[in-house]
Ligand binder design. Structure first.
Ligand SMILES: N[C@@H](CCC[C@H](N)C(=O)O)C(=O)O
Length: 299
């Protein structure tokens, strides 16, 4: 079967959107890894659009990481999917669903797409953590020498996926590429975790770098920006509206009084094409064709 794809990015987070609403089979992890391995469709997250499951929604999204693992949330990818569906229907309001829940999106234009990321969860078992912590604003998990840790006492939150945020003086001083993969797989995180380092620069701005579970260092992570913003507000480090500066760009995060998190940022098309998926489950049965007239759409 042939499935249309759009290679996109959400402030630099590499997103491939694959439209499988017309498919009779579902994508599996080995096929996702094969799509990730091709430079024309490489991604940090693959957002598979599937037919709606719940009444009133436009589509269901299955989210794959580069390594073929699944996630319940991807803020940047959700903006990309919303932009695809907005172009298709002309509607600003799009309602999406993932394994973690419902997401209301308002796609005003490609530079200002707002996703209601839902309500954060802070209970240790909801994140999940391996051992009980009454207060997940600062958990007991250090990295480095016991008497002089490089990182310590992170916050933890779940935004449909698990996040841990270490508060630092200077995000550039930490070798996240070395430390991230170790912390991602720390026994404290039974489902692994997305690892962030955050530098609070004012009561309304944070600089953030993220090691993503299943994908590695990325230029941006929307759910990490949300987890960081709510954790900073819980600790009194910032107010409830912040700009989160990531290597790929800025996301505005608002933690509303009703406990919902709004994330606003851009999404961009790069090129589009078709992926031919074989009948079997082997990744090598995939064929990719890029439509030349869609290349460099950003220009
Ligand atoms: N880049 C995403 C988050 C991706 C999911 C993550 N790697 C996980 O496994 O939870 C975002 O923009 O939120």
């Amino acid at each position: 079967m042939n499935a249309p794809f759009a290679k996109m990015n959400g402030i630099g987070n590499r997103i491939t959107v694959l439209d499988m609403r017309g498919a009779e089979t579902r994508l599996d992890a080995s096929q996702a890894r094969a799509i990730a391995a091709d430079p024309r469709t490489e991604f940090d997250q693959l957002m598979v659009i599937e037919p709606p499951k719940s009444a009133g929604t436009d589509a269901f999204m299955t989210i794959f990481n580069t390594d073929g693992s699944l996630s319940g949330a991807c803020g940047n990818g959700t903006r990309c999917v919303a932009l695809v569906l907005n172009r298709e229907s002309g509607r600003e309001a799009i309602k999406l669903e993932t394994s973690a829940g419902l997401l209301d999106v308002r796609a005003r234009n490609a530079d200002a797409i707002t996703v209601d990321m839902g309500e954060p969860r802070f209970g240790w078992a909801e994140i999940p953590l391996a051992v009980p912590f009454e207060d997940t604003r600062a958990i007991d998990l250090s990295f480095g020498p016991v008497d002089a840790p490089i990182l310590s006492r992170p916050s933890a939150a779940n935004i449909g996926n698990p996040h841990v945020i270490y508060w630092v003086e200077d995000v550039e001083a930490i070798d996240l590429g070395r430390i991230g993969p170790i912390l991602e797989r720390d026994p404290m995180f039974p489902e692994r975790a997305n690892i962030s380092i955050a530098e609070v620069t004012s009561d309304h701005s944070i600089t953030l770098r993220v090691w993503e579970r299943g994908a590695g260092l990325t230029l941006a992570c929307g759910s990490a920006a949300c987890a960081t913003a709510v954790s900073a507000a819980r600790l009194g480090k910032t107010g409830r509206i912040v700009d989160v500066r990531l290597p790929g760009g800025v996301l505005n995060i608002e933690w509303r009084a009703d406990n919902h998190i709004l994330m606003t940022g851009a999404a961009e098309f790069e090129h589009e094409g078709v992926i031919a998926l074989g009948q079997g489950n082997l990744g090598d049965e995939i064929r990719i064709d890029v439509a030349p007239d869609t290349v460099a759409r950003r220009a």
